[in-house]
Design a protein around this ligand. Sequence first.
Ligand SMILES: *Cc1c(COP(=O)(O)O)cnc(C)c1O
Length: 814
Amino acid sequence: MTFSIKNIISYIHAKPFGSFDDFIIENISIDSRSLQNNTGTLFFALKGQNHDGHHYIEQLIHKGVRYFVVESLPENCIGKAQFLIVENTTIALQETAKYYRNLFDFPVIGITGSNGKTIVKEWLNYLLSPDYSIVRSPKSYNSQVGVPLSVFGTNENHNLGIFEAGISLKGEMLHLESIIKPSIGVFTHIGTAHEDGFTNPEEKIIEKTQLFINCEVVILQKNDSIEKHIQATCFTWSFTDEKATVFGTIGEQKNGITNLLVTYNSHTFLIEIPFQDSIALNNVMTCVTTLLYLKVDTAIIANRVRNLYPVEIRLQAKKGINNCVLIDDSYSSDYQSLKIALDFLEQQKLHPKKTIILSDIFQGGLPIEKLYEKVALAIQNNKIDRIIAIGETISKYLSELPNVISFSSTNDFLKQFNTQSFQNETILIKGARSFNFDEIVVLLEEKKHETVLEINLDAITNNLNFYKSKLLPNTKVMVMVKAFGYGNGGFEIAKLLEHNTVDYLGVAFADEGIELRKAGIMLPIMVLNPENSSFNAMIAYDLEPEIYSITGLQAFLRLAQQKNINSYPIHIKLDTGMHRLGFEETEIDTLILLLKNNNFVKVKSVFSHLAASDNTDFNDFTQKQFDRFKRCSEKLISELAIKPIRHILNTSGIFNYANEMQLEMVRLGIGLYGVGNSKTENENLQNVSTLKSVISQIRVVNEGESIGYSRKFMVNEEIKVATIPIGYADGIRRAWGNEKGYVMINNQKATILGNICMDMLMVNVSSINCLSGDEVIIFGQKPTVNEIATTTHTIAYEILTGISQRVKRVFYKN
Ligand SMILES: *Cc1c(COP(=O)(O)O)cnc(C)c1O
């Protein structure tokens, strides 16, 4: 992508500030963290709920960026860079994309629908790539910001575009239409589920079909109630309605393969599809119908479809061997997705050392030398410590770079593979499908059993926003990441929070804080339970203690004096009714005496903790706690003449008492992790953690037999039983067994039979169509952690923090 900035100034209605002679834009960026920001970058300072790109301008100028699109002029940067001032930077980004899109004129496929957009896009790309030079949306870049960024991937050598469009509100699709300008529409599945932002399903359909207003044709599953809203010709498929343009008949299904007979234009042909589930079959039909419309020969279609593969939509960071972290992107290798993966690598790196394992790059559109020049530049900008290049072409073109080790093939690499050569580093594995990098992933992945706790980082951001929406804009937020982020993973979440600008982190013990510091977290950290023996380490790692007793304060003061430390930040905890830790009202005078005219420490905050913020039956008690807190803290403040941050609210406190008690800061815990203490609260939260496993074995058990230890479940008619490799040692409570609890398999409930074992449990799958190896949801959307907690007579906190550390954590972003 290159175009001159002069062309867009008036197009986006910008007021220029600075000189803009002949700047050629080589890269559009909205992410300050990307190491690909450089002198050729035009940076759009977007404003989000938690995020303001304007804050990073100075830092970006240091990195060499000189051109910015902003909503307001950053005073301290005037003269150091050139600015385009616009009313709304997101709209300016969209307008710039529109301008850029208009430079090109070739067929573009626009995909929308409730599900399946990304899979259909990836499959169409795979199926059509032998015939076209394709530009497509990377990953699931389909939003108001993702679509413009996708379009910037276009260059003069492409001759087909495939872009997806996703919306959540009325009125959004027309924006996306004008950026994508599709000539061929593809409508994937339309869900019946209610989607926020739409009052009824019809409204949702009408909005989505706005993508097709300028299309010559729309490809979709035959459906009159959708077709009536589409002006263009409908090119339809169906498994049931023979009036559809393309008709499919499902034949034999076994060993993961489905035989499908496709009839089109009174000609019938057979396709072997490497999937059995109905969702995949629908998506395949959508793709086949698109190929038929594009006049691809039926024999070629059958041939290519046979090689379709499951699409990994998201980039994931996984635990690797020898304390490595893996980013597995082993199914694609084009320049656009390489850049995204490099950004993800930079955001996720737990270790300063970065390695990339990269195959030949397949990308139409660019001469090969130019392509590898760009690849080399991207890699150098990202300061990769070690590059393992696999493939004849990449080995040749990257051989000049320092730190390159090259291999002619994946096999070659595997023969020389040595586990010891990967230690304490973050490794990006990125290769074209034909290179079978999944074999490398298998070797590098830490071998634990198949159970994982998946953590949705986007849901965490959403939940943070929900609680922030209850607060005044200037109220600070401390997020509690104690107990390994409530079981979800401390470092990864802290890293995300750092980016989402929270003000403080809270941990229970000094060790937890030290781990965060070692992983590079710079936010201020308060330690709730500092033991006197850890004070030394706390000072070394810049951790701020909660001080809750006279003896604790004296010990800390002694140490500060010895070390000759000035104004070390401490947090004073008052006991107002919880009766756990804290100074009582009667101790305030002594406390004042110790702190008065004392330069060794500085009271950064004064706080207390509510005992019953989740239960409004205790309103009066809570109010009493608050009044006592006000009284004591005011005394401290006036007698010491200090201005500390005051805070008392935890999650349910924010939900129930934000108006009257938010003070200068709140302490958010469980709610961030998607679990609220009431029904209305939960309706506003998104599920964060999903505990998943797989079926190890399935068997039929006859009447008269029993299941598991102590013969707790007696079989009184023949049943089908599945064994799942997760048990109480992983944190699944035994009280959830014996038909009290269930797991979800293929969207159906499977009741837990008999006693839960240490490492396994058995479920009833008599009426569920399933195979060994199928995914099992232990908790997540359903059952929720709250449901398990209620049934097993405990609270969600105990369930979440009880998930054993032997369960692998996987973090993802959409
Ligand atoms: C754990 C904790 C919190 C957070 O509580 P949640 O109910 O999870 O929001 C807040 N303050 C203190 C002192 C805590 O120990």
